[in-house]
Design a protein around this ligand. Structure first.
Ligand code: AMP
Ligand code: GLY
Length: 426
């Protein structure tokens, strides 16, 4: 098959690596791509926001499958426009993408389908949102309704912080994404990411992972897109996976289908494992970044076959099997991220760092300049390893990082700490 991959992050490098390994793949193209993706695919000049240009490219190059990595093109309806042109696309259409594109939509769906989630109210004006927050008191969570690049959520430990967050949203801090606000109960417990692949009717459980959202060691500092991840998440026992499928994923897929917006693609549930069981924090409609990197390292089955199963509606006849080994990824970011950072510094030592067969270095924000690799974004590299345990994978990943010479970068030194503590306690 000829396949086109849309995206340019570490998630898409990991997808390119897995897709290139599939026996179903003849030619892999990618746009916009990055220097790591260019090792696996032919990077083409194509603007993914220009849907007409993507359709034309697919027709000219006889593309059989388009894999859409990030949420923005999905929320903007790229999968619908490709499907309308008769081109298979992996990822949900615009209507089903509301599960990520509108937090209020998802909360209302949870209420209708009796899916466990934090108690909430939706608001379209600051005064009523403020009154509700005052009545409920802190801690309380304030969320801009729409996509805000991971920055639209405030977990407020004081009422003042919550009121400030409400004012920020309505004053246009997040643009249109903040025109509506969800104010919700603050949940406590351990977080886990759960992934399922769906074909509109059937949801096939994939596996679990844990992200590290805060920028600095000890889960301190500002929220980021994710500073590292591992899979599987030990907190997700088989019983919890089964409960999550029954109480959260399956009712979602049933309700979306009944509403005429069947969900096809990756459903990524951000969960809080509370004393009362798993509760849905939010949905994403695509693989996590950097969670995808650890998932692809552990997947035994063919990712392309699974994606085709999701498009063709045949997941009920398929399975997804995983290596029992753990995988862990450490994000190397430019100093200053998630705030302001410099671009253009040189990264050396990548070839040597990648020599270990159990290590893969996925590129995110990098740029090639002749033989040199330069930093070109906030999250720059994902140093990913497998091992019998999370501790072993962690040791391999940090050994590889030790060989990378990039003074302008930083990473957390404690990725995997929760799982490693569990492993220590036996
Ligand atoms: P989101 O962008 O929705 O993933 O939220 C970012 C982070 O905020 C989540 O990963 C949680 O750590 C936290 N969060 C979101 N909603 C809640 C909630 N209701 N209770 C506690 N923490 C939350
Ligand atoms: N790592 C979090 C996300 O991809 O949304």
């Amino acid at each position: 098959m000829n396949i086109l991959l849309i995206g340019s992050g570490g998630r898409e490098h990991a997808l390119a690596w897995a897709i290139a390994n599939s026996p179903l793949t003849d030619n892999l193209f990618a746009a916009p791509g990055n220097p790591g993706i260019a090792e696996e695919a032919e990077v083409v000049r194509l603007d993914p926001t220009d849907h007409g240009a993507v359709v034309d490219f697919c027709r000219n190059m006889e593309i059989d499958l388009v894999v859409i990595g990030p949420e923005a093109p999905l929320v903007e309806g790229l999968a619908d426009d490709l499907a309308a042109a008769g081109i298979k696309a992996f990822g949900p259409g615009k209507a089903a993408s509301r599960l990520e594109g509108s937090k209020g939509f998802t909360k209302d769906l949870c209420a209708r389908a009796n899916i466990p989630t934090a108690a909430y109210r939706r608001f379209s004006d600051a005064a009523s949102a403020r009154d509700y927050a005052k009545a409920k008191g802190a801690p309380i969570v304030v969320k801009a309704d729409g996509l805000a690049a991971g920055k639209g959520v405030t977990v407020a430990s004081t009422l003042e912080e919550a009121l400030q967050a409400i004012d920020d949203c309505f004053s246009g801090e997040f643009g249109a994404a903040g025109a509506e606000v969800v104010v919700e109960e603050c949940l406590s417990g351990e977080e886990a990411s759960f992934f399922a692949i769906c074909d509109g009717r059937t949801a096939l459980a994939l596996t679990t992972a844990q992200d590290h959202k805060r920028a600095f060691d000890g889960d301190e500092g500002p929220n980021t897109g994710g500073m590292g991840a591992y899979s599987p998440a030990p907190v997700m026992s088989d019983a919890l996976v089964e409960q999550t499928m029954r109480e959260i994923i399956e009712p979602t897929v049933r309700t979306m289908a009944a509403d005429g917006a069947p969900f096809k693609g990756i459903l990524y549930a951000g969960l809080m494992i509370t004393d009362e069981g798993p509760k849905l924090i939010e949905y994403n409609i695509r693989f996590g970044d950097p969670e995808c990197q650890v998932l692809m390292m552990r997947l035994k089955d063919d990712i392309v076959a699974l994606m085709l199963g999701a498009i063709d509606g045949t997941l009920d006849k398929m399975s997804a099997r995983w290596h029992s080994d753990a995988a862990l990824t450490v994000v190397m970011a430019a100093k200053g991220y998630p705030g302001t950072y410099e671009k253009g510094s040189e990264i050396k030592g990548l070839d040597e760092a990648g020599l270990d067969d159990d290590v893969e270095i996925f590129h995110a924000g990098t740029k090639r300049d002749g033989d040199r690799i330069l930093a070109n974004g906030g999250r720059v590299l994902n140093v990913t390893a497998i091992g019998k345990t999370v501790s072993e994978a962690r040791d391999r990943a940090y050994a590889a990082i030790g060989k990378i010479d990039w003074p302008e970068g930083f990473c957390r030194s404690d990725i995997g700490w929760r799982a490693i503590e569990r492993e220590r306690q036996g």
